[in-house]
Design a protein around this ligand. Structure first.
Ligand SMILES: Cc1cc2nc3c(=O)[nH]c(=O)nc-3n(C[C@H](O)[C@H](O)[C@H](O)COP(=O)(O)OP(=O)(O)OC[C@H]3O[C@@H](n4cnc5c(N)ncnc54)[C@H](O)[C@@H]3O)c2cc1C
Length: 416
């Protein structure tokens, strides 16, 4: 037998997008429940590098593109959330590095160099003197007695610890964040309007139909399958998805100082050669970090097998950072897709994406950084919806039928 419930808003997917929207909408007084089929953050969010950035890396071709302007206000929005004065309360989230750095080890071509020092970028990027270098580069000067070649820049970007971010977002609403085995999107049998969907939840042999005022799809790559299942009587324009595959590298190093740096070559290009973040190892007494490496090597690495990718990263990082001892380092790599709305030529979208199909709202933030932007659009849309006139009995009952969802592990937790 199927149980049937009514709930004002149901969010499907517990990555950063789903948890961010749960916080935004619940604090506006809405009755919201989130459903997750794996662990919270298990896909892109915990595999991300946690960089909250103002888009400067997209200006490395010497142009402030729409992408680099739209995203420019985001670090400030996040900082307000981190100190408790933003639209989502992120107090208690661990910030791994208050700044992110960019290092050009070569001699930059003069056009890029003058762009980086230009008026347009003032306040967003500073070239540092050796006395201002972060600890990681100060290590190099201590061990070699001379400063590393090239220039180190400080950006207004910073790095958050994604497990702590997800925990902070989940804590106030944990009894509304529910785990289930399967979620299906199907045509609502009640609504006169053929563009109304409902959810069929399967868990532990139970089948639960949820009729929701709004269904918000935040399942990342999973949005594609959910939309494909939904057979609508009326034609409805469903958004298409694109995947941008990456082959990320992580390396566990016994180096006491973490690295947070884009390493750019001396050429113009939209993607840094290496984008490095460092994440603490919780199972070691010595200071050990997992360096997590993206950038151009992760994009081109989709054509390399794991061994070749790790070998290449080992050679390149040893040459770039001669002051770091990689002799005992443990290397690992894995493939992961970024899930985004489909746009021409697999380009990067400029903003968080949201679109409405009947009572279904489909979201792809496209970047962690753009969640405040996603929150603004979804909250304006959902709060103006007045079609739900129920109470919160349905959400209370669902919370009795399903267990609470727990946090997944970040991918580097498994390197031993
Ligand atoms: C390697 C990598 C590095 C990145 N680094 C950065 C960075 O430094 N800065 C930045 O701003 N952005 C970064 N990004 C982008 C950022 O991580 C993503 O844009 C963001 O995490 C997407 O969040 P999401 O909640 O939409 O999706 P996800 O994090 O993928 O979450 C989707 C959730 O939905 C669940 N789910 C799937 N199907 C279903 C279903 N049928 N029912 C219920 N639940 C379901 C999944 O289990 C998962 O928990 C990076 C991305 C990658 C891949």
């Amino acid at each position: 037998m199927k149980t049937e419930l009514s709930i004002q808003v149901v969010i499907v997917g517990g990555g950063i997008a789903g948890l961010w929207l749960l916080n935004r909408l619940s604090s506006q007084g809405m009755d919201v429940v989130l459903l997750e089929t794996h662990g919270l953050g298990n896909k892109q969010t915990l595999s991300s590098q946690g960089i909250i950035h103002g888009g400067l890396k997209y200006a490395l071709n010497g142009v402030l593109s729409p992408a680099s302007s739209a995203i420019a206000t985001m670090p400030e929005r996040w900082r307000a959330c981190l100190n408790g004065s933003g639209d989502v309360d992120l107090r208690g989230t661990r910030v791994l590095s208050e700044h992110y750095y960019m290092w050009s080890s070569g001699s930059l071509r003069s056009r890029l160099k003058s762009f980086l020092g230009s008026k347009a970028l003032r306040g967003r990027i500073d070239a540092l003197t050796p006395a201002e270098y972060p600890a990681f580069f100060a290590d190099a000067m201590r061990s070699a007695g001379t400063k590393p070649a090239g220039t180190v820049y400080k950006l207004s970007d910073f790095v958050v610890d994604t497990p702590s971010l997800l925990q902070t977002l989940a804590r106030p609403w944990h009894n509304r964040i529910l785990q289930c085995e399967q979620v299906h999107l199907e045509q609502s049998r009640h609504a006169a309007d053929a563009k109304q969907a409902s959810l069929l939840i399967a868990h532990g042999g139970q089948q639960i139909v949820v009729n929701a005022g709004q269904i918000i799809l935040c399942a990342g790559e999973g949005n594609e399958a959910l939309l494909a299942q939904w057979e609508t009587a009326d034609a409805i324009e469903k958004p298409a998805m694109q995947r941008r595959p990456l082959h990320m590298v992580s390396v566990r190093v016994k180096h006491a100082t973490p690295a947070y740096v884009h390493c750019i070559g001396d050429s113009f290009g939209m993607t840094p050669r290496f984008t490095i973040t460092s994440h603490p190892c919780h199972d070691s007494r010595d200071p050990e970090w997992v360096w997590y490496v993206g950038g151009e090597i992760a994009e081109s690495g989709v054509h390399r097998d794991e061994q070749s990718q790790q070998r290449l990263a080992h050679q390149a990082l040893s040459a770039l950072f001669p002051w770091v001892d990689f002799s005992d380092a443990r290397w690992h790599s894995f493939f992961i897709n970024r899930a985004e709305p489909r746009i021409a030529d697999l380009q990067r979208p400029d903003n968080a994406f949201m679109t409405e199909c009947g009572n279904v709202v489909v979201c792809w933030p496209t970047k962690l950084t753009l969640c405040p932007n996603l929150g603004d659009s979804v909250s304006a849309l959902v709060s103006s919806d007045t079609t739900f006139h129920g109470d919160d009995e349905g959400s209370k009952q669902l919370a009795k039928l399903l267990p609470q969802a727990l946090l997944a592990d970040p991918p580097w937790e498994h390197i031993r």
